[in-house]
Design a protein around this ligand. Structure first.
Ligand SMILES: Cc1cc2nc3c(=O)[nH]c(=O)nc-3n(C[C@H](O)[C@H](O)[C@H](O)COP(=O)(O)OP(=O)(O)OC[C@H]3O[C@@H](n4cnc5c(N)ncnc54)[C@H](O)[C@@H]3O)c2cc1C
Length: 398
């Protein structure tokens, strides 16, 4: 049986960087993936522009059962560490709003960079390879783990699970990482789609449909979550846009979100500023005209601002800073950018990403119960956790 120092399951963002660093550190590293093209999510990330990291990465940008888990890996692999590697390979990056860093050459180039890093360092990538079984090796002297593929069993001293989450199954996502964890007796935190559009309940569906295509900057408050700022987009099904995707990380079924449709604007003076204007036109100074009209229609407010009962008008305007919306559901994994939940970090070393119960078994990237907010945080986590594992693997050997 072929024996490797490290077999890495998954040729995505985390698996490829881990393979590159392991191989550069002198390990024989083999990457297995069932897809034909490695790093498919990196290729489409950021709408093809690849938001590869965030200049302001901080542990508070991540959700998971243990909010402290990410601290060590993030401290040891910063955005600057990533960008040094990316720039050294000739790629250019641009920092945009809220610290988001994009690859100027796009996701395709970033994916090719990751593949080249792994291959140049000496790692082997076997694509279109189905993983039939993963287990302990009956003969540990020839490697602690066996990975069975249609071509036969492969042995490895260490196993790195980098198979990602469940989102976007059409790009090769599967539950393999969770199944492997469970097969070794490790707990998995229940999963749900994250960074996803939210579907309107029947009472709000016509309202959203009427406004489909309208976008505006908002603040969204979800119970037990932070207030999320950014753009909201009305769709035929409900709400989308960066602020809504971000808010979906904190939203739980049944909860009502409150949306500030006019963040930072004082609407109290509207009746005096434009007393003779039709209220929907006066409001259209602050909101997209279609939205202003639809809100006034729903509230039964029509005619000149000065002619309307002042108390009622002021209550309506005040309510626009906390517009209630109770989603029926989050869109499923087909549209979610990430999976919330995953391999329970209580069973993993935050320094090395190694299982505390199974020496030699590592979990990295999105497979873990670590989810970043919108803005490059998820790819950064994939890279930082890959780095932590690779440092542990290569240090063990030296
Ligand atoms: C549309 C979209 C846009 C995104 N945009 C951004 C962005 O701009 N910035 C950002 O930070 N994050 C973004 N994300 C999230 C980010 O892409 C992921 O969090 C990140 O790729 C996770 O890296 P990973 O290595 O853990 O998993 P992945 O990159 O998902 O890699 C997992 C690999 O494992 C393989 N695999 C899975 N199951 C099996 C199996 N059974 N057998 C063999 N191989 C298997 C897959 O084929 C894949 O190659 C986006 C996600 C999506 C879906």
């Amino acid at each position: 049986m072929n024996r490797h120092d490290a077999i890495i399951l998954g040729a995505g963002a985390s698996g490829l960087l881990c393979a590159a660093l392991c191989a550069a550190g002198g390990l024989s590293a083999l990457v297995l993936d069932h897809s034909r093209d490695p790093a498919r999510k990196v290729r489409v990330s950021g709408g093809g522009r690849c938001n590869l990291t965030n200049a302001r990465v901080a542990p508070t940008d991540y959700v998971g059962q243990n909010p402290h888990f990410v601290k060590s890996a993030l401290a040891r692999f910063t955005p600057a560490d990533l960008l040094d590697r990316v720039h050294a390979a000739g790629l250019e990056t641009a920092e945009e709003d809220h610290g988001k860093v994009f690859c100027r050459q796009g996701g395709q180039a970033m994916a090719e960079f990751l593949v080249a890093q792994a291959r140049t360092a000496g790692a082997r990538i076997l694509d279109q390879t189905r993983i039939l079984d993963v287990g302990r090796n009956a003969d540990p002297a020839s490697g602690r783990f066996t990975v069975t593929t249609p071509s036969g069993p492969l042995a490895s001293a260490c196993l790195v699970v980098a198979t990602g989450g469940l989102s976007w199954p059409r790009l090769g996502a599967s539950d393999l990482g969770y199944r492997i964890a469970a097969s070794f007796g490790m707990p998995v935190v229940p999963t749900r789609p994250g960074l996803t559009p939210l579907l309107a309940a029947p009472d709000m569906a016509p309202f959203c449909r009427a406004l489909a295509g309208t976008a505006l900057p908002v603040g969204i408050r979800v119970p037990d979550g932070p207030t999320v700022h950014g753009d909201l987009l009305f769709t035929h099904q409900g709400l989308s846009g960066p602020a809504v995707l971000d808010a979906s990380l904190f939203w739980r079924p049944g909860q009502t979100m409150h949306i500030d449709l006019c963040p930072g604007r004082n609407l109290e003076t509207l009746p005096d500023d434009a007393p003779r204007q039709d209220v929907k036109n006066a409001l259209a100074r602050h909101l997209p005209a279609r939205l202003a009209a639809e809100l006034c229609r729903r509230a039964g407010l029509a005619g000149m601002a000065a002619a309307l009962p002042r108390k009622r008008l002021l209550a309506f305007l005040d309510g626009l800073h906390a517009f209630p919306f109770t989603p029926a559901a989050a869109e499923g994994y087909a549209k979610a950018e990430v999976t919330i939940g995953g391999v329970d970090t209580s069973g993993i070393s935050s320094k090395t990403m190694e299982s505390l119960a199974v020496p030699g078994l590592f979990f990295i990237g999105e497979t873990l119960d670590v989810t970043g907010r919108l803005g490059g945080f998820n790819l950064h986590w994939a890279f930082a956790s890959a780095h932590a594992a690779a440092m542990a693997l290569t240090t063990c050997r030296t």
